[in-house]
Every structure is written in C-alpha cells, then in structure tokens.
Design a protein around this ligand. Structure first.
Ligand SMILES: [Zn+2]
Length: 149
C-alpha cells in the first residue's frame, strides 16, 4: 500500500532523498540555493526534516508547479522523474532492507522445518518447540511476543 510506504518513510526523508535521489546534504539545508529539480540560483530551500519532509521552490514547487512547497515524496518524484507507483516500489524495497530480520529466520534450519511441519508435543508455537524453546525460556526471553499461537 502506498500510504504504508509514506508512513514508513515518515521522518526519514533527508536520508531517503540522499540515497534514492542522490541529493547532497547541502541540498537538504534550510537555506536558499539552486533547486535540485529545476535549477536557478536561490529559488529553493529544504525546510523540514521530520514527518513527511518539506521543501520550497518558487519556480517548480507546489501542486501547480508554479511555485510553492511540497513534501519529501513530491521532491523525490520531481528529481527522479518516477511516477508515484515506481517511487513507492523503490521506497518499499529501500526501507525493507533496514528492518530487523524476523526472529524465525534466525532459528536453526531444523527448527524452521518443524515450524512448517508437525505440531509441538509440549504445545509451544510452531518454530519455538522442543530443544530450541527450552534455552529461550531459561534465558528469561520466553516466547517472543507477536508469535502466532
Ligand atoms: Zn524548482
């Protein structure tokens, strides 16, 4: 969902624009300078790092592209020339890289095969049964929350 992507990107726009659109840190400063999208000398400034990000260009900014402000997503679209769906795909792929790996993926292969197969005799959820569950329980970690029972 595109709205999920925007939610996930919230607060990360300076970094995302650097990494996906190739903007320099200077172009993400709140001072007048050439616009990354349409050039000029001092028509543009970045003005919001948090939330959806924000910038202003009195040449190409705004909904009508005749001067005004926009979000980080607006600037990404304008600088890269991507349409919204393409940008959303790039963001999704980019943001996913940084999420921690699911706990189950860190379990030994034998346990993962158990997760897809027979139910645990002790009633542990799939993926946390038998030899692998015991050390988890002993260490006080217990069954990680969020694991479907
Ligand atoms: Zn511009």
């Amino acid at each position: 969902m595109a709205s999920d992507v925007l939610l996930a990107a919230d607060g990360h726009w300076p970094r995302l624009l650097t990494e996906l659109a190739g903007l320099s840190p200077e172009q993400l400063q709140d001072r007048h300078q050439p616009c990354p999208a349409c050039g000029g000398t001092d028509r543009y400034r970045w003005d919001r790092d948090d939330g959806p990000g924000g910038w202003y260009c009195n040449q190409c900014g705004g909904r009508e592209r005749s001067g005004g402000g926009g979000s980080g997503m607006d600037l990404l679209l304008r600088v890269t020339g991507w349409d919204f769906a393409t940008a959303a795909r790039h963001l999704e792929a980019h943001l996913r890289l940084e999420q921690p790996k699911p706990l189950r993926a860190a379990l030994p292969p034998s346990c993962r095969s158990a997760a897809s197969g027979a139910p645990c005799l002790l009633g542990w959820p799939a993926g946390f049964c038998c030899p692998h569950a015991a050390p988890l329980a002993k260490s006080g970690a217990g069954i990680p929350s969020g694991v479907a029972r």
